[in-house]
Write a protein that binds this ligand. Structure first.
Ligand SMILES: Nc1ncnc2c1ncn2[C@@H]1O[C@H](COP(=O)(O)OP(=O)(O)OP(=O)(O)O)[C@@H](O)[C@H]1O
Length: 199
């Protein structure tokens, strides 16, 4: 994979066994987000092979039914509140919002007091909480999370780590990039470090 003449992701081999979590670490600019974008099907590698649940990433509705990715920055629907965003995600995935536990999810992410606010009015950490709440409220088999801990306070990080442990315990798989090893280990992910081939 390369951007113009700049090579990124040369010689990367990574497997995430179903039901496990893997966290990719490494210095700024090493290619973690690019890797996650490729696995999410949002970017095509020039060479090599990526398979997700036995198929090319991003190539079918089944992929998007099974995979949640937060690699792209979220887009908010104009005029819809925090709660309405959660309800919309539930309905899009065939869930009844009450049965899916929208209010409980907002509470878990400390967003109850902001349920009737529109996302652009939230703080950056609250927006990150909402992004993760929307990722976790819908059914999925694989979470692809780019630095989920960013902008969260320590309590928020601990809480999200515990939720990711529960997600794995429920049979889900997790691929994430992070600069916080403690958070990643607490999330139940195995750490793997990307290193530059250039000395
Ligand atoms: N759209 C782009 N156009 C050109 N170069 C890019 C683009 N996106 C990323 N790069 C370059 O590719 C390399 C890898 O970037 P990437 O964002 O994947 O790294 P990262 O490991 O996720 O970094 P960080 O830890 O800072 O988030 C960097 O050198 C970056 O400058």
């Amino acid at each position: 994979m390369s951007y113009g003449s700049v090579p990124v992701l040369a010689g990367v081999a990574l497997t995430v066994p179903a039901g496990t979590g893997v966290c990719v670490t490494g210095e700024n600019g090493i290619g973690k987000s690019t890797l996650l974008r490729c696995v999410s099907g949002l970017q095509r590698p020039d060479d090599g092979r990526i398979r997700v649940f036995g198929a090319n990433p991003g190539s079918s509705p089944e992929f998007w039914a099974a995979v949640v990715t937060t690699v792209e920055p979220p887009t908010w629907y104009p005029g819809l509140t925090t709660r309405e965003h959660a309800e919309l995600i539930c309905r899009a995935h065939g869930q009844d919002p009450d049965e899916a536990g929208v209010d409980e999810a907002l509470d878990r992410f400390g967003l109850t007091g902001h349920a009737d606010a529109i996302p652009p009015s939230l703080s950056s950490g609250q927006k990150q909480r909402l992004t993760l709440a929307l990722a976790l409220i819908r059914p999925s088999s694989l979470l692809i999370l780019d630095e989920p801990e960013q902008r969260l306070d320590p309590e928020g990080r601990a809480s999200v780590a515990a939720m990711l442990v529960d997600y794995l315990a429920g049979g889900g798989s997790l691929l994430m990039a992070s600069h916080d090893d403690k958070f990643s280990v607490a999330s139940g992910a195995e750490l793997t470090t990307m290193e530059s081939l250039v000395p």
